[in-house]
Design a protein around this ligand. Structure first.
Ligand code: TIU
Length: 221
């Protein structure tokens, strides 16, 4: 059944059965002190504004029967899937794989790598572990979406200009229609958040649509 989400630059037509909610990297490593985000010198509190809007949208999406997926950025404990160019990045004294208060930084299986309790996946909601910023790079995300007949992605998470943007760009080039609810994404740099959202919807929606959680929830109910 076709429906519409009020959005910029114009409404997005969607059908719930071919729409997925994709929640990007809402991990302790990015939103709690002592993880990867803090290691890079960021104020992790800046990302926490997105938690409650995502929680509300996630509840509405579950109720509407949308297909829901979560991603986590991180690496194997032996770091064999981490490019040297990524490992050397950051400039601070700590590196990916070093010990921190939430376990080894950005390493799969460590407490800091897991999704925050407020947004924890339910059984049956796939969790995509990705080594990069984009969710399609070296993962089975595209296969899973195609197998479910998904055409439209509602993309939430952190950070707006890094993993959310990279994923939306990758998805757009693969033929998916992507919408980002503005209050369901956040950045360590508020000005980057604003500009990243403008970039998505500019030029007639060059690689997607931007809306907000209230409008998406209204369209789902
Ligand atoms: N540093 C930063 O803004 N983001 C990341 O490293 N990964 C994600 O965006 N998930």
């Amino acid at each position: 059944m076709a429906r519409q989400i009020e959005a910029q630059p114009y409404h997005l037509a969607f059908a719930p059965e071919s729409t997925a909610l994709l929640i990007i990297d809402m991990q302790r490593d990015f939103v709690e002190p002592g993880g990867f985000g803090a290691m890079l010198g960021n104020d992790v509190g800046k990302l926490r504004v997105a938690i409650e809007p995502i929680r509300q949208l996630l509840a509405a999406a579950r109720k509407a029967g949308l297909f829901i997926l979560h991603t986590r950025e991180g690496h194997r404990p032996d770091l064999s899937d981490a490019p040297p160019a990524k490992l050397s990045r950051g400039g601070g004294p700590q590196r990916i794989g070093d010990a921190g208060p939430m376990g080894r930084i950005l390493i799969r299986g460590e407490p800091g790598h897991d999704i925050i309790p407020e947004l924890y996946p339910l059984p049956g909601e796939p969790v995509i572990d990705k080594p990069g910023k984009g969710s399609f790079c070296q993962t089975d995300l595209e296969l899973i979406l195609k197998n479910r007949g998904i055409r439209t992605l509602i993309v939430c998470g952190v950070t707006t200009e890094v993993c959310v943007h990279t994923t939306v760009r990758e998805a757009n080039d693969r033929g998916f229609e992507c919408l980002v609810p503005s209050d369901c994404a956040a950045s360590y740099f508020p000005e980057f958040h604003e500009v990243a959202l403008r970039m998505i919807q500019a030029q007639g929606g060059i690689f997607g649509w931007v809306s907000d959680s209230a409008k998406v929830i209204a369209a789902l109910s």
